[in-house]
Write a protein that binds this ligand. Structure first.
Ligand code: HEC
Length: 103
């Protein structure tokens, strides 16, 4: 009886830790709430234009945009400054968080 309860719990724990290795959703959520949400909001930007919405956007697109801001290949005074201090894993965490949100 105990084993039938224990086994599914182990599977859940394993799948949770597996996805946390790929990208840390909690870290992404934390940074999004403390930094990005001031302009982009979480589900949608509070102020609308000129702040694009990020929720539910294509992960590859968001990742590329952040890397281009970081390298200044894409120019935006605000985003160049913000992305300049992001490490690769910060970008992965943020992208994982925002791309999974419902717009
Ligand atoms: C002070 C306001 C501000 C903050 C804070 C901010 N952004 Fe931005 N962001 C902007 C503006 C303005 C643009 C549009 C820039 C442009 O024209 O390229 C933008 C554009 C973007 C884009 C491109 C979207 C698209 O449709 O191409 C991404 C991705 C992005 N921001 C991610 C983030 C993330 C992730 C954070 C938090 C780490 C963040 N931003 C914090 C103002 C901000």
């Amino acid at each position: 009886m105990k084993a039938t309860i224990f086994f599914p719990l182990v599977l859940v724990a394993l799948s949770v830790s597996g996805s946390l290795q790929a990208a840390n959703l909690f870290a992404g959520q934390d940074r999004a709430a403390n930094v990005c949400a001031q302009c982009h909001g979480i589900h949608k930007p509070a102020a609308g234009a000129p702040f694009p919405s990020l929720a539910g956007r294509d992960a590859a697109y968001l990742k590329e945009a952040l890397k281009q801001y970081r390298s200044k290949k894409r120019v935006s005074e605000i985003m160049n400054a913000i992305a300049g201090s992001l490490r690769d894993n910060d970008i992965d965490d943020l992208v994982a968080y925002y791309s999974k949100l419902k717009p």
